[in-house]
Design a protein around this ligand. Structure first.
Ligand SMILES: Cc1cc2nc3c(=O)[nH]c(=O)nc-3n(C[C@H](O)[C@H](O)[C@H](O)COP(=O)(O)OP(=O)(O)OC[C@H]3O[C@@H](n4cnc5c(N)ncnc54)[C@H](O)[C@@H]3O)c2cc1C
Length: 547
C-alpha cells in the first residue's frame, strides 16, 4: 500500500472512523452527504462547532450528482413571478462562482426565436424577461442580456436549426461540476475540523429524555455499528427525509414529493461553440436545455412525479421521447437514440403542499423547508444546488434559535473559498475534463505515479490515486461516476476503463474491490434506453465490455 500524503482536507477514512468511535459528543451530526448536508457541515465547522457528517453511499450519489449542472437564478421561476427566489439564487450564483472558480463558471445561453406559430414574438418577450433577470442580479450580474439577429445567432451557435430562425435572446447564467463540487465541500468541511464519512449509513436514532441525542451508524466496509452522540441531528437526506423522520417518530409522514428529471449526453458535434441553448416553453410548457458540459452536450430535463424512490432512478420512454423530440426542433442535426452516450435520472426533493392537492410538480415549492420536530430532529429539504449555502445558513440559524446548539460566531461561508479554488482560471466547465478541474491542487497530481498515463476521458492514473488518497473514493463507481464524470458523459468508455481503475484502487487501499461487475452492469444501465413508442430505432449493439 502507498502511504497517504497529508494535504488540507484529505479525507482519511480510518481517522474519521476513530473520531466517530471516540465517544465524544459532537455539536452537530449531519445525515446525508449531498449538497444540503455538506453545506450545513461546512457552515457549522467554519463557525468552530464540532461536526460529524455521514453519507450512506458516496458524496452526491443521490440527487446532487444528477442535476442539470446549472448555477442559476431560475428562468422558469421568473416566469412564475417568484422574484424573491430568483434574486436570492442570483446572489448565490455569484457567491458560488467566486468561491469555486475551478468548478463553476459563467456560461452564455441563447433562447432561439423562430418565425413560425407566433414564435416571432418570443424574442422581444424573452428579451424583456431576461432584462428583469439582469436587474434582479444587480452587481452580481455575469453579463448583459442582448437580442441577437439571425446572423449573430448562427455565428454563436453553429448547431442551431436555421429554418425559420429569426434570432435569439442571449443571457448569462453559470454551470458547474456538481459531484466534484460536493467533494470540494466535503474536503473543505474536513479542513475546518469536521469528521466527514461516506459509505456509512444512519440505521437508527438515539434518544435521551424524549429528545434525539445521536444516531447509530453503520460502516459499510466492516459492518461495524457505531453509536454517535450529538447535541443536534440534522436530517439532510434529500428525497429520503421521510425515512429518517419515521425512525424518529415511528409515524408515517410525507413531506417530500419526488419529481424525476432525466438527462441524455450526446457528442459535442451536435452543439459546437460555447453557448448553451434554452427552450423556455416547449409544446407542453416545460423548459428544455442543451448545455455543453465537460466535452459533451447534456440534454434535459423532465419533471415527472414519482412515487418510487430509487437510488438509481429509471428513465421512462416518454421522457426520452420528449427530450429527443424537443432537441430535434432546435438543433440542426436531430439527435436519435443511437447518439445517446449516457442516460440517467435524478429525483428532486420537492416539498409537498400541506393540503395534499393533486400534484403538478412544476408548481410544488422549489424553496427549501426546515422543520424542527418535537424531538429536536432538524429536517431540511427542497431548494436547489445553487442555493445550498443560503439553505445551510438558514439551518444553522434555526438550530441556534431552537437552543439545540450554541454559537455566537457569524456565518463565514459567503466568502469562504473551497479547497482547490485558484486565483485565476484558464478553462471552462464546458471544456473536456482534465487537471484544470483540480484548481490550485493540479500540481499535486504531478507528484503522483502515473501522472502522464491517461486511462481515458481525461482521467489519469494519478487522478485515480488522488481520488482514493484524498477525495474519499472507495469504489470503481466513486471514481468513474463522481470524481471523474465519465459514466455520465460516455458510459461505454467508463465500462472500458473500469478494470484499470479497480487495479489502482486495490493498489492504493490494499483491499479487494467487489464492485467491478456491478459497475459494468451500472454502465450498461446508463447506456440502455427505455423502449420507445415513437422512436423505432433501438440500440442494436449490446455494450461490449472489456474483461
Ligand atoms: C433532474 C434535476 C435537475 C436539477 N438541476 C439543477 C440545476 O441545474 N441547478 C440547481 O441549482 N439545482 C438543480 N437541481 C436540484 C438539486 O440537484 C437538488 O436540490 C440537490 O441536489 C438536493 O441535494 P440534497 O443534499 O438535498 O439531496 P441528495 O443529493 O439526494 O443528498 C441526500 C443524501 O442523503 C443520503 N442518505 C439517505 N439516507 C441516509 C441515511 N439513512 N444515512 C446516511 N445518508 C443517507 C443519500 O445517499 C444522499 O446522498 C436538479 C435536480 C434534479 C433532480
Amino acid at each position: 500500500m502507498t502511504t497517504v500524503n497529508h494535504i488540507a482536507g484529505s479525507l482519511d477514512r480510518q481517522q474519521a472512523l476513530q473520531r466517530l468511535k471516540s465517544g465524544s459528543r459532537f455539536d452537530l451530526l449531519v445525515v446525508g452527504g449531498g449538497a444540503t448536508g455538506l453545506g450545513v457541515a461546512l457552515d457549522a465547522a467554519s463557525r468552530g462547532l464540532s461536526v460529524a457528517l455521514v453519507e450512506r453511499d458516496d458524496f452526491a450519489q443521490g440527487t446532487s450528482s444528477r442535476s442539470t449542472k446549472l448555477v442559476h437564478g431560475g428562468v422558469r421561476y421568473l416566469a412564475q413571478g417568484n422574484l424573491s427566489l430568483v434574486k436570492e439564487a442570483l446572489h448565490e450564483r455569484w457567491v458560488l462562482l467566486n468561491n469555486a472558480p475551478h468548478l463553476a463558471h459563467p456560461m452564455p445561453f441563447l433562447v432561439p426565436a423562430y418565425g413560425t406559430r407566433g414564435r416571432l414574438w418570443d424574442r422581444p418577450f424573452y428579451g424583456i424577461g431576461m432584462k428583469v433577470y439582469d436587474l434582479l442580479a444587480g452587481k452580481a450580474g455575469l453579463g448583459d442580456t442582448e437580442v441577437l439577429d439571425r446572423e449573430r445567432t448562427t455565428e454563436a451557435m453553429p448547431g442551431v436549426r436555421t429554418e425559420d430562425l429569426v434570432g435569439a435572446v442571449k443571457y448569462w447564467d453559470g454551470q458547474f461540476d456538481d459531484a466534484r463540487l460536493a467533494v470540494a465541500l466535503a474536503r473543505t468541511a474536513a479542513a475546518h475540523g469536521a469528521v466527514v464519512l461516506n459509505h456509512c449509513a444512519v440505521l437508527g436514532l438515539l434518544h435521551a429524555d424524549g429528545k434525539v441525542s445521536g444516531a447509530t451508524v453503520n460502516d459499510a466496509e466492516t459492518g461495524e455499528a457505531i453509536a454517535v452522540q450529538a447535541r443536534c441531528v440534522v436530517n439532510a437526506t434529500g428525497v429520503w427525509v421521510d425515512e429518517l423522520r419515521r425512525l424518529d417518530t415511528r409515524q408515517d409522514s410525507q413531506m417530500v414529493s419526488p419529481s424525476q428529471g432525466i438527462h441524455l449526453a450526446i457528442d459535442r458535434e451536435f452543439l459546437p461553440g460555447d453557448h448553451a441553448l434554452l427552450v423556455p416553453k416547449t409544446d407542453d410548457g416545460r423548459v428544455m436545455f442543451a448545455v455543453p458540459w465537460l466535452g459533451k452536450v447534456l440534454l434535459g430535463t423532465t419533471d415527472t412525479p414519482r412515487d418510487v424512490i430509487e437510488t438509481e432512478p429509471t428513465p421512462l420512454a416518454d421522457e426520452v421521447d420528449f427530450i429527443l423530440g424537443e432537441a430535434g426542433k432546435v438543433l440542426a442535426r436531430k439527435p436519435t437514440q443511437a447518439d445517446v452516450r449516457s442516460i440517467w435520472g435524478g429525483l428532486r426533493p420537492l416539498v409537498k403542499s400541506p393540503d395534499d392537492a393533486p400534484r403538478e410538480t412544476d408548481k410544488v415549492s422549489r424553496e427549501h423547508t426546515v422543520i424542527v420536530d418535537k424531538s429536536g430532529l432538524v429536517t431540511v429539504t427542497g431548494g436547489k444546488w445553487t442555493t445550498y449555502r443560503a439553505m445551510a445558513e438558514d439551518v444553522i440559524a434555526r438550530c441556534i434559535e431552537a437552543g439545540l446548539i450554541v454559537s455566537d460566531e457569524p456565518c463565514r461561508t459567503a466568502s469562504l473559498r473551497l479547497i482547490g479554488a485558484p486565483a485565476s482560471v484558464s478553462h471552462k466547465i464546458s471544456d473536456p475534463p482534465g487537471a484544470h478541474l483540480y484548481g490550485d491542487e493540479a500540481a499535486l497530481l504531478d507528484d503522483l505515479p502515473g501522472h502522464q498515463r491517461e486511462l481515458g476521458a481525461g482521467l489519469t492514473e494519478a487522478m485515480v490515486r488522488f481520488a482514493v488518497r484524498h477525495e474519499g473514493a472507495r469504489s470503481v463507481e466513486d471514481v468513474l461516476a463522481r470524481r471523474s464524470r465519465v459514466l455520465f458523459l460516455d458510459a461505454q468508455t467508463a465500462a472500458a476503463m473500469a478494470e484499470d481503475v479497480a487495479v489502482l484502487i486495490v493498489d492504493e487501499t490494499g483491499r479487494a474491490i467487489d464492485d467491478l461487475a456491478g459497475f459494468r452492469r451500472l454502465a450498461q444501465r446508463y447506456l440502455t434506453l427505455p423502449a420507445s413508442a415513437r422512436y423505432a430505432l433501438r440500440r442494436s449493439q449490446p455494450l461490449e465490455l472489456r474483461r
